[in-house]
Ligand binder design. Structure first.
Ligand code: CAA
Length: 282
């Protein structure tokens, strides 16, 4: 498969499109909000330029960017072999998108939903051809983090899972693990309680923000502190992921702490809004 579509050009969608173009795919990026397209283009160019400066690109940045088309027109996806959606992390949005994709794509085209925590069956069941729907969970920043979780649900055809696994490994160059269709899959079911626990520690006055982050970096060799990582993931995404995990598992470790909710209510969403647990305005 070399004709890739990406729906949603936020941080995750941009990263997936970048990796696809780097892997030689012809990529169509669709976002319903035309204003999101230019920032995505800028983000990808900056990211590729960083890779180029580190001697990690086999081709010039403009050649790779030349493989990507940016549009708000969903019908541009009509000839895609695989479409990966990376829109907002709510069942309602993703289910509505599946109906729109069903109307545009050929019946053979694969639909992969990049969800961090929504069980894939809920999304696949909304398709008129659910056998072509599965989950692909990429990690942020997508161009840097090697992993993809491939998540077939009860309705996914085996051939679709195998083809997507091969695409992620061979074309996108990712390390693939297969995960069961449960909220959080493998990695987030382990990672999210850790991140929420850091927020709870801050909320309960166990230690300062910097001491919590420095503690996990210097004490456990984490590449960045958990509160900084929450800011990078996006606190709105963290809240949605936590709610989805809690709804599925009903375990206190997944419940969103009040401090996370207050940040989101206040519009302090992390790096993307300029302030979260840290201030990025400068
Ligand atoms: N393509 C390829 N490589 C790139 C690149 C690109 N576009 N941009 C940067 N790189 C490379 C750099 O060359 C560098 O390589 P070396 O290590 O060989 O030097 C490496 O990537 C790191 O890049 P930077 O120097 O720019 O960044 P850094 O050293 O400050 O690290 C970080 C930043 C990668 C984010 C690091 O802090 C880290 O790994 N943090 C943890 C990230 C994490 O846990 N992500 C998962 C989030 S959870 C998630 O996503 C799931 C969910 O659903 C919520």
């Amino acid at each position: 498969m070399k004709r890739l579509g990406v729906v949603g050009c936020g941080v995750m969608g941009s990263g997936i499109a970048e990796v696809g173009a780097k892997g030689g795919c012809d990529v169509v990026v669709v976002d319903a909000f035309p204003d999101a397209l230019t920032p995505a283009q800028v983000r990808m160019t900056a990211s590729l330029s960083k890779a180029e400066a580190a001697g990690k690109l086999a081709e010039p940045v403009d050649v790779i960017m030349g493989r990507i088309t940016f549009t708000s027109d969903m019908s541009a996806l009509a000839d895609r072999e695989i479409v990966i959606e990376a829109i907002r992390e709510t069942v309602e949005d993703k289910v509505a998108l599946i109906a729109r994709l069903d109307a545009v794509l050929t019946p053979e085209a694969i639909i992969a939903t990049n969800t961090s925590s929504i069980p894939v069956a809920q999304i696949a069941a909304a398709s008129t051809t659910p056998g072509r729907v599965l989950g692909t969970h990429f990690f942020n920043p997508v161009p840097v983090m090697p992993l993809v979780e491939v998540v077939p649900c009860l309705l996914t055809d085996d051939a679709v899972t195998d083809a997507t696994h091969a695409f992620c490994a061979e074309v996108l160059g990712k390390k693939v693990i297969r995960a069961e269709d449960r909220s959080g899959f493998v990695v987030n079911a382990i990672l999210v309680p850790y991140l929420l626990s850091a927020i709870r520690s801050l909320q309960n006055g166990v230690a300062s923000r910097d001491d919590i982050d420095e503690g996990m970096v210097a004490g456990c060799g984490m590449p960045m502190g958990p509160l900084k990582l929450c800011d990078m993931i996006g606190l709105d995404t963290m809240l949605l992921v936590s709610q989805s995990l809690y709804a599925e598992h009903l375990e206190a470790a997944f419940a969103p702490p009040a401090l996370l909710k207050r940040h989101v209510e206040a519009g302090l969403l992390g790096r993307k809004s300029g302030r979260g647990f840290y201030d990025y305005s400068k």
